[in-house]
Structures are given as C-alpha cells and as structure tokens.
Design a protein around this ligand. Sequence first.
Ligand SMILES: [Zn+2]
Ligand SMILES: [Zn+2]
Length: 258
Amino acid sequence: MLVDSHCHLNYEGLVEEQDAVLDRAREAGVGRFLNISTRESEWDDIVATAERNDDVFASIGIHPHNADEHQHVDEDRLRAAVDHPKVIGIGETGLDYYYEHSDREAQQRLFRRHITVCRETRLPLIIHTRDAEDDTLAILRDEMEKGAFPALIHCFTASGEFGDAVLELGLSISISGIVTFKNAKDLQETAARVPEDRLLVETDSPFLAPVPHRGKTCEPAYVADTAKFVAELRDTDVESLAATTTRNFFELFAKAAA
Ligand SMILES: [Zn+2]
Ligand SMILES: [Zn+2]
C-alpha cells in the first residue's frame, strides 16, 4: 500500500471528479490520502471530504501565500479546528519567498503559531518552504529549543545542506513528482540518501504531475510513479519503498493509525 501524504482534493481539477480521482488512486494501490488545506475558507470542505471517505485524512492550516489575509488565525482558532478525529496534521504552513504573495513577517508569524499548536497537540507540522532556507531553519531551530515538535518538509526541493540540517532537527522529508523531472539532479541525490525512516512520498496534486504524466492534471494515483522512480534511485523495489514510506507515514501521523 502507498500513501499520498500531500494532495489537494478540493482544488479545481480534482474536486469536480473527486470520487473518480480517489477510485483511480485506490486501483493504483494508494490506500491513504492526506488532504491538505491552505486557507481557512477550505477547512470545512477538507474535513467533510475526510468524513465521507474512510481512507482520507485532513490537515488544517494556512499556506504562506495566504498569510496576509489570515492574520486573525491565532493559536485558539487553530486549536479548535484541529480537534476533529480526521484531522491528523497542521499545515501547510511555512515560508515562500519565491512568489512572496504575502509579507515575509506575516508568513513568519503564522508559521510560528502553527508550530505552537503542533508542540501542544503532537500533530505533525507540514512545512512548505521555497527560496527561504535560512529563515525556515532559523525559525525551526529557535522553536525546537522551546520544545520539540513533529514535522516534515513537504515537496522537498531545497538544497542538500538544508536537507541535512532539517534531518538533524528530527524532521522527515516528503518527495513529490518533481524528483522525476530531468533537471532535478540535486533532488534525486537527496531522495537517494534520506534515511530510510524519514522518507515519505506525495503528489501535491493537482500540481506537478510526474513523468510520464507531465502536462496532465496531477492526481493521487500518480504517487505510484514517483514511488517507482524513488525506489530505483535507492536501489530497492517499489514494494519495499511503499512499505517503508507507509510505515513512516503512520509513525509520523500517529493519529491516523489510532
Ligand atoms: Zn506546498
Ligand atoms: Zn500543497
């Protein structure tokens, strides 16, 4: 069984045929889905999708792109929203200085609020980081000193040094379909050497369809193609890679196993 540890089932492209999308993924061997929220207005729909489907879980959070208009989302609001049996993670949150759709300080403030609630609830933090390695690391180190919390870097595209640094902090790393792209040499190197117990796979669908589906709308079924590619990079077979990444998912997102 494979797990898609990061998908956006309520985004345009997937939401119109959500049931068919889920069925195609199940046929491809995907047994669990973590449906990720990015803004407060999605939270009810994301949770409702998880309530309708036994194998779908939900995250609650604010994407850094949307930080400016979510400064009212404080720890209390997050605490209340994550207190649902199908909500197993917090995010996606983090820093995106590539697009910089929101003010950097607004992003940082929300990032830290999510962390506070992760530390209290033990729900893992789902981190999005792009062109913001130094600040992401500085905040993670500072917050880890106040008290450890479980976390992963989703759709990892950062440098190998950043990878080493977050592994040292105890984080996991999730690899998306980007790893199958021809120009993703650095990421392929990182994916080959992430410790066995820290590796997860995801689609980030509807974005980033892996080879051989490039140009199409990405969907959770394609996590099987990414898994196969990563297995080859790691000189293993796709069955063991599926077993490893699925075990890691349930260990990190322990509420899903309960
Ligand atoms: Zn993201
Ligand atoms: Zn995402």
